[in-house]
Design a protein around this ligand. Sequence first.
Ligand code: NAD
Length: 487
Amino acid sequence: MSATQERTAVDAVPTQLFIGGEWIDASGGATLDVEDPSTGEVIASVADATPDDAKAALDAACAVQETWATHAPRERGEILRRAYESMVARADELALVMTLEMGKPLAESKAEVTYAAEFLRWFSEEAVRIEGRFGTAPNGVGRLITMKQPVGPCYAITPWNFPAAMGTRKIGPAIAAGCTMIIKPAQQTPLSMLALVKIFEEAGLPAGVLNVLTASSSAEVSAPIIGDPRLRKLTFTGSTAVGIKLVEQSAPGLLRTSMELGGNAPFLVFADADVDAAVEGAVIAKMRNIGEACTAANRFHVASSIADEFAEKLARKLGEMKVGRGVEDDVKVGPLIDATQRGKVAELVDDAKDKGASVLVGGSEREGAGYFFDPTVLAGVSPDARLLKEEIFGPVAPVIGFDDEEAAIAAANDTEYGLVAYLYTNDIKRAFRVSEKLQTGMIGLNQGLVSNAAAPFGGVKASGFGREGGREGIDEYLEIKYIAMAM
Ligand code: NAD
């Protein structure tokens, strides 16, 4: 990839706010720098919204809510379908922008663009399937009718790790349901969202239905929106700590919320599993998105009889992965998002080492520009190591042995989080027995990837509540109204 190609891709992305169908500068005139985490260089500056801009975005979303709600479902679906097709057609340029602002290898960015587009296709099909019920009251006298209606104006806040997909799985169902939306991407990765919003504009989405705010202080621009009684829903993907703050802010207004929060996924390998298949799955579950995924396997609990074999094979695979700028050929591991994130990963690895863990591969930061950390496998990890409790968000795989099924389940559930668990076994009864006992919203059974636009994504415990994608995804944007009818 040449420097000119990189520049051209970034220059094609709008850098202003999109409010009420207009691209405008931030009212304070300030801008926010966007950095390439593989070089530390600034690649673009985008508008830095103020609380006044936030209010203007909410005004715009509220102004068109009523007309948008009565827009023909088929037309709403067709706009989503056109946006889907445009994303697929431009997957290469969108992927390049994503890699430049977020760091993941180009092939992974392209996979995210395709995955993100799938939500638009899925919800384009769901827009025409919003249905109610009709029933006779138990006493036979009256009739009970239920209908589903759009919730109203929504506010979406998204993280930097999946800059497009975390947006489309909120925008897709909101548009399908007839809701208007203001979306605020993470300050580290605003470009992918701005490019996406432009695609919606070109797909014919009416002005005001989708508005985007980019801002250096998310707290400042979010507070006036969340505190306004006209807002009817907040949907957030990000860390548990911020999710808790947002639920607190939403409480006085009893604002409806969806929270897709952090994870600490266990990866269980039983002695009856195919070890090589488990290692393949582990590479995906751990290394997708450089380990910076809420679904990333954090803790590898492996039957003691095969733990050494599993750890050695995993270490060999991770050691073979080429680390570098995501735009370079054959690179499989890009940089972490910033110095803070890399510092946290190093701290967790050092803590595990201090408590007796041995490093089978990797274990340290790379010298020079960019926030690189070598793929790492740790064995002999002490139960009190911090990385078994805290979300690692980096390319680090701790392997821990277990003696029996009960111990494996107890270890897997020994976390405040409950997003996803991975389970490798060739015993079908064990697969169901263990799946029923795992305290998570999702399970990868003999596979290291669960994300699918057609399935309900979400967690329990400190991983939040609400589901995105699947048939359940649109219900997050619909209210149920019941009509009691006399006969
Ligand atoms: P983060 O919580 O720091 O930030 C997420 C978003 O919230 C960003 O847009 C940020 O600007 C905004 N934000 C931060 N503080 C805020 C405040 N006080 N008020 C309003 N907005 C605020 O998380 P992150 O570091 O961007 O993302 C990583 C986290 O996201 C991880 O914990 C990861 O597990 C989680 N995540 C969860 C899912 C899921 O679906 N469960 C998916 C991806 C990422």
